[in-house]
Design a binder for this molecule. Structure first.
Ligand SMILES: Cc1ncc(COP(=O)(O)O)c(C=O)c1O
Length: 416
């Protein structure tokens, strides 16, 4: 493959030539980072800011993990290291939670789900491969695919599809893509794909020779029913997971990738060359975190309360088309009556009432201009404060749909 650098409109752009085909690797910025940067600047300047832009628990690592980390810092040299005990513990988790028997050697420890995703894509597909993803979907899917010179094929999974990817949608893709990324619970919507549908997805992918990467980073954060692992329906898929969400260890940078048997040597070779090992300290702390479920499950109760407050309040404030947040800690809601520029809307809301949220355009370049994502992985009083601020601000915003007094725009009856 030949690769050259060009300067395009003032930006460095790498292009790759594969045969006659030119694949560009222009990566869109993650606009939420701009919102967050501005939120931090405002906070430093003394403003009261409620951070609901990033999907990160505000709770920190479990107490026992922190205690272990203190002890290890005093006693261990912390070199490159892969914890066999952690791989064994993760394999046991698959047995306990999903009744799946997993050889621990199929688990590659990574520095979070982000490198696990890059590793899976790099092992599973060649440059130029087409890989399907749901739209809206996590921003890194399409950008990682582009960075790896692969082609994202986005499947519309908006309001009309109940914000869920289905086996029928995958069956209808023509030609069949080489792969598909499944996310359940999904980011930004929190929707969970039910077990019978996951089984149908596994079957149609096996039939059409479509390789599955299942991003299960939000597992164990769900409200009515637990999410199922794709490993229950297929032994031949890649599964991405991490300590960033349920375990509340975002900055510890620890995750894992479950690799199909035949790809284990390739995955290990790439891991060693690209990332070596995840932080040793985090591996010690992560192992203990598996025994901290009482503490971690209390966070889920906070999220459940926060979710209920927002689901009660937002429709009265005019936010509609809310995706059903079966899991994760996000509300993805339409602001179509107020704007078709979700980034400007988020910056305005931040400047005027100090709430940082994520613009939908990060997750859906087609319809996301009219959506925002609100993360409720924060303390409940902050959610109550955010609702109170929105309650006075949202009704004052000019509408772009010509409606002067919508029926459901009254805040009467809203529970706060
Ligand atoms: C769906 C999804 N996958 C992967 C990641 C990356 O997580 P990590 O912190 O483990 O790299 C995120 C982060 O928000 C995410 O939402």
């Amino acid at each position: 493959m030949q690769s050259v650098r060009l300067s395009v409109a003032g930006r460095a752009k790498k292009i790759c030539l594969i045969g006659e085909q030119i694949l560009t690797a222009t990566i869109e910025p993650f606009h939420t980072i701009d919102v967050s940067r501005r939120a931090n600047a405002l906070r430093q300047a003394g403003r009261s800011i409620i951070h609901m832009e990033f999907g990160q628990p505000s709770t920190g690592a479990p107490r026992a993990s922190i205690d272990v980390a203190h002890r290890i810092l005093d006693t261990e040299p912390l070199g490159y290291w892969e914890s066999q005990a952690l791989k064994d513990r993760i394999a046991l988790h698959y047995h306990q939670a999903y009744n799946v028997t997993l050889n621990p050697e199929r688990i590659v420890l990574t520095c979070g789900a982000s490198p696990a995703l890059v590793l899976a894509l790099n092992v599973a597909f060649d440059s130029g491969a087409t890989v399907a993803t749901a739209r809206p979907g996590y921003v890194a899917y399409r950008n990682d695919l582009r960075a790896l010179h692969m082609q994202p094929m986005e499947i519309d999974c908006g309001n009309d599809q109940d914000f869920r990817l289905t086996a029928d949608a995958i069956a209808a893709l023509d030609p069949a893509p080489r792969g598909v990324i499944i996310a359940s619970p999904a980011n930004p919507t929190g929707t969970i794909i039910r077990s019978d549908e996951l089984a149908r997805i596994a079957a149609i992918c096996a039939e059409r020779d479509i390789r599955i990467i299942s991003d299960e980073i939000y597992h164990r954060i769900s409200y009515d029913h637990a999410a199922h692992s794709m490993l229950e329906y297929s032994d031949d898929c890649f599964v991405v997971n991490s300590f960033s969400k349920y375990f509340s260890m975002t900055g510890w940078r620890l995750g894992w990738l479950v690799v199909p048997d035949q790809y284990v040597p390739a995955a290990r070779a790439r891991m060693g060359n690209m990332f070596l090992t995840p932080p040793s300290l985090s591996q010690h702390a992560g192992l203990i975190a598996f025994d901290s479920t009482d503490e971690l499950d209390r966070h889920i109760e906070t999220y459940r309360r926060n979710r209920g407050l927002l689901l009660d309040a937002l429709p009265f404030l005019g936010l509609g088309s809310i995706a059903p947040p079966d899991g994760a800690f996000y509300i993805y809601a339409s602001i179509a009556h107020l704007t078709d520029d979700s980034l400007s809307f988020c910056l305005k809301m931040l400047d005027e009432i100090g709430i940082a949220a994520s613009p939908g355009v990060d997750f859906d370049p087609v319809n996301g201009h009219q959506f925002i994502r609100i993360s409720f992985a924060v303390a409940t009083p902050l959610v109550e404060d955010a609702i109170a601020r929105m309650k006075t601000w949202l009704p004052l915003q000019p509408r772009i749909d010509g409606v002067t007094r919508p029926e459901n725009h009254s805040s009467e009856g809203m529970r706060l």
